[in-house]
Design a protein around this ligand. Structure first.
Ligand code: ADP
Ligand code: ADP
Length: 232
């Protein structure tokens, strides 16, 4: 489903260069919940942003669904990106739009007719369990509720892949667990492949089947969670 081949990322600046990723090879299969773990500065954020090319690798290849993204024109890349939804630590909801309009936003961009948008938004609100909040604004929601809306929006266009950039890091442990359970349910029920980054081992243990540990831009450990984290 996702394959990174020999991916490196060098940030160049006057203050000095940083090799954020060093020859990364990573394979994510359909149906995986793949967790990338590491300390702050390890390269997690750069790595996940290389999957949808929000960040362009300095060298190497990125393949998603048998397409080499690193070779695509910007138009075709935009199409391929529709295969991937993304959620963030601070939700990135549009503060001037209510819940319904936040979820509808990517569908409006795709030019979906109004009645189909309404139907899809209803389905998504049902999925994340927040039908009663449809007219509220993000400022009127808790952190966990905001993340649920962000998840609904990320899934609006039916992507095959969901990328999660520290989605539970700003939440208390109980809310965090409920969001992780929702992600697990989405993976199970809808067959969506999930790649997440986190600095918390508990997140990996709770929902991931596979993991890679990043350290200073290198993968130092990789494989089934049951193998990587359990004592021999
Ligand atoms: P993590 O997500 O694991 O905290 P990042 O991918 O954000 O790690 O960062 C990896 C390294 O790359 C760090 O040393 C960071 O300072 C550096 N870095 C990240 N983004 C940039 C950038 N836009 N310009 C220069 N250096 C960057
Ligand atoms: P952003 O605008 O940066 O995407 P928000 O405006 O949603 O994020 O949140 C701003 C900050 O407040 C973030 O650090 C977030 O973690 C925190 N936050 C969001 N919702 C709540 C909440 N219900 N209770 C406490 N803190 C929250």
């Amino acid at each position: 489903m996702i394959e990174l081949k020999n991916v490196s990322k060098l940030y160049e600046s006057n203050e000095g260069n940083v090799l954020a990723l060093n020859n990364i090879d990573l394979t994510v299969e359909k149906g995986d919940i793949y967790g990338i773990m590491g300390l702050s500065g390890a390269g997690k954020s750069t790595l996940i942003r290389c999957i949808n090319l929000l960040e362009c690798p300095t060298s190497g290849e990125v393949w998603v669904d048998n397409v080499e993204l690193t070779k695509l024109s910007s138009n075709l890349l935009r199409q391929s990106r529709r295969n991937m939804g993304m959620i963030f630590q601070h939700y990135h909801l549009l503060t001037s739009r209510n819940v319904e309009k936040n979820i509808a936003y990517p569908l409006e961009l795709n030019g979906l007719p109004k009645n189909q948008i309404k139907e899809r938004v209803d389905q998504l609100l049902d999925l994340v369990g927040l039908k009663e909040k449809r007219s509220n604004y993000p400022s009127q929601l808790s952190g966990g509720q905001r993340q649920r809306i962000a998840i609904a929006r990320a899934l609006a266009t039916n992507p095959k892949i969901l990328l999660s950039d520290e989605a539970t890091s700003a939440l208390d442990p109980i809310t965090s667990r409920s969001i992780l359970n929702l992600l697990k349910e989405i993976n199970n029920k809808l067959g969506i492949t999930i790649v997440l980054i986190t600095h918390q081992m508990e997140v990996i243990e709770q929902i991931c089947n596979k993991t890679a540990v990043l350290k200073d831009g290198n993968i130092v450990e990789q494989g089934l969670v049951s193998r990587v984290f359990k004592a021999p």
